[in-house]
Structures are given as structure tokens and as C-alpha cells.
Design a protein around this ligand. Structure first.
Ligand code: 1HE
Length: 262
């Protein structure tokens, strides 16, 4: 039997989802997106947190350019009806679903690979990581939500530079531009991502849901509407565990915040 395009494992309440097309540098074609969708939905059902990583020497080389060429030359027929773009659908399932995702990045994280990485909520890379948007060199444009998601994180200036010049950012530069929040030595990104995911999974599930679903939407709102939506979430929707967790602190039994420093 051939290797699965996506590996899936459940470790306790943590799902581990691996892009597994290393001979093509985990380039994204339709079968890989379908397998990723299935893995993400499974994680939504059975996990409280997930880690997304790549097998082989790279996280992801972006759009499968051979498939793109087949589309451009009509070898793959266009769909008869317009549907939501499958990348938008699956990346939003990750970004705006019920559980947080931690991205563990290494090697090439380019084009659609960067767009996919940016749909995760906390991103870690190792020292081999290179981030870029080489669409300009390929005669195409970003199509996996990058204009929205990447531009909001790194800003227009940085995104334009990446796209127009084809420049690659190394791990340190990625940290500087908020592409990642943590950098590890080579080969240690996955372990660090799992450590962070385990910590995230200790939060109240409801609070995690609010963090990943409310924050990005408020970012799109005006000041006044943002405060209104914040109040709807903070004042009314108390997570079920809130009382117990507040009492834990008041009784002096809560873990020290300083224990979370890393
Ligand atoms: C691929 C792809 C791919 C590798 N589609 N097959 N993405 C890019 O423009 C990046 C294209 N890839 C590369 O620049 C390099 O492959 C890497 C820097 C990622 C890695 O280099 P390297 O030397 O380790 O690998 P390689 O020898 O270039 O490639 C190994 C194999 O993977 C080779 O196939 P083989 O059958 O000849 O062994 C490559 O053809 C294959 N491969 N990357 C298809 N991307 C919806 S909008 C999003 C738009 C984008 O994502 S644009 C960016 C596209």
C-alpha cells in the first residue's frame, strides 16, 4: 500500500498531523488537500489541540506546480460550477475551527506552504526554515488566503517585498516579522510545538475557542464594534470551568504564571 499523503496520530488529547509527500517537498495538490481536510475534521472531533508539521526535509513547497501547469494547459478541466476554493475552505477549518493548531516548520515554507503555516495559531520553526512567496517568479498569485492572512501578520510592506523580489526570510527574520514566535535548533521544532500544544490544551476549551475565533474577527471590526463583540464574549459567555479556575487562584492553588516562561 502506498504511503498516506497525510499522517495522523492522536497522543492523548493532541492530534499530530503530518504532510507526507516528502519526495515532492510536500507540494500541495488536490489529493493532499482532501486528505488534510479529513485529518483536520478528525482532529476537531477527537482532540483539544493539534500540531501540523511536514515529513522530510521541508515543511511545504507550496502549490504543486505540475498540477498547476496541467490546469493552465487544460489537461485538468475547470469545474463546471464555481465553488469555494478548497484551500480557503481547509485553511479556514484550521484557523477558525474549534481547537488551536501549532505549526512546526522547517526547511522550505514557501508560497502555499507559508499560507498553510499561517493558518496555524502559534508557529515554531527550526534554524533551517526559509520563508518566501515565489509566486511572482512562477507567473501566478497567492491563492491560499495569503493576501488576507499573511498580509495581516507581516504587513503590506513585508509581503510586497517577499512577493516582488522573491526574497526568502531565514528563521531569525521570520521571528522578527512574526511569521513565527519561537525558533529552535535544527530538528527540534516538532518537539517544541508539542510542548506548547500540551500547554495550550490545559486552557479552558471555551477560552481557546474564543481566542482563535473571536480575536481574528475583532481585528476586522471597528473600535466600537470590536469592544461590543468583546463584551458579548467576555461578560456573558463564561467558560464552564471559569469558577473552578478562579477559585483555584483565590485559594492560592493555581500554577504560577512564571512557570510558563519559555
Ligand atoms: C515540486 C514542487 C512544487 C518541489 N510543485 N513539484 N512553489 C515553489 O515555487 C517552490 C518550488 N520548489 C522549490 O523551489 C524547491 O523544490 C525547494 C526549495 C522547495 C526544495 O529544493 P530541493 O533541492 O530540496 O528539491 P528539488 O530537487 O527542487 O525538488 C524535489 C522534487 O520535488 C522534484 O521532483 P522530481 O520528481 O524531479 O524529484 C521537484 O519537481 C518536486 N517539487 N517543489 C511540484 N511546488 C494557490 S496559490 C499558491 C502559489 C504557490 O504556492 S507558488 C509557490 C510554488
Amino acid at each position: 500500500m502506498s504511503e498516506p499523503l497525510i499522517t495522523y496520530a492522536l497522543e492523548g488529547n493532541m492530534a499530530l498531523i503530518g504532510l507526507n509527500r516528502p519526495d515532492k517537498r510536500n507540494a500541495i495538490h488536490d489529493p493532499l488537500i482532501d486528505a488534510l481536510r479529513a485529518a483536520v475534521l478528525r482532529a476537531h472531533d477527537e482532540a483539544d489541540v493539534a500540531v501540523l508539521y511536514g515529513h522530510g526535509s521541508n515543511f511545504c513547497a507550496g502549490l504543486d506546480l505540475a498540477e498547476a501547469l496541467a490546469r493552465a494547459t487544460g489537461q485538468i478541466k475547470p469545474p463546471r460550477k464555481r465553488r469555494r476554493h478548497n484551500w480557503h475552505e481547509v485553511f479556514d477549518l484550521i484557523a477558525r475551527g474549534p481547537i488551536p493548531f501549532v505549526g512546526a516548520l522547517h526547511g522550505a515554507v514557501v508560497g502555499g506552504g507559508l499560507e498553510l503555516a499561517m493558518s496555524t495559531h502559534v508557529r515554531v520553526c527550526d534554524s533551517t526554515a526559509l520563508f518566501g512567496l515565489p509566486e511572482g517568479q512562477r507567473g501566478i498569485f497567492v491563492g491560499g488566503g495569503g493576501t488576507v492572512r499573511i498580509q495581516r501578520v507581516v504587513g503590506t510592506t513585508v509581503m510586497m517585498d517577499l512577493m516582488l523580489t522573491g526574497r526568502l526570510l531565514n528563521a531569525g527574520e521570520g521571528l522578527q516579522e512574526h511569521v513565527v514566535r519561537y525558533v529552535t535548533p535544527e530538528g527540534e521544532a516538532l518537539a517544541k510545538a508539542k510542548e506548547l500544544a500540551a500547554r495550550i490544551a490545559k486552557n479552558a476549551l471555551e477560552t481557546n475557542w474564543m481566542i482563535i475565533n473571536v480575536l481574528p474577527r475583532i481585528q476586522d471590526l471597528s473600535h466600537d464594534d470590536g469592544l461590543f463583540v468583546e463584551q458579548l464574549n467576555s461578560a456573558r459567555a463564561r467558560p464552564p470551568e471559569a469558577e473552578a479556575r478562579l477559585r483555584e487562584f483565590v485559594d492560592g492553588k493555581a500554577k504560577k504564571l512564571q512557570d510558563n516562561q519559555s
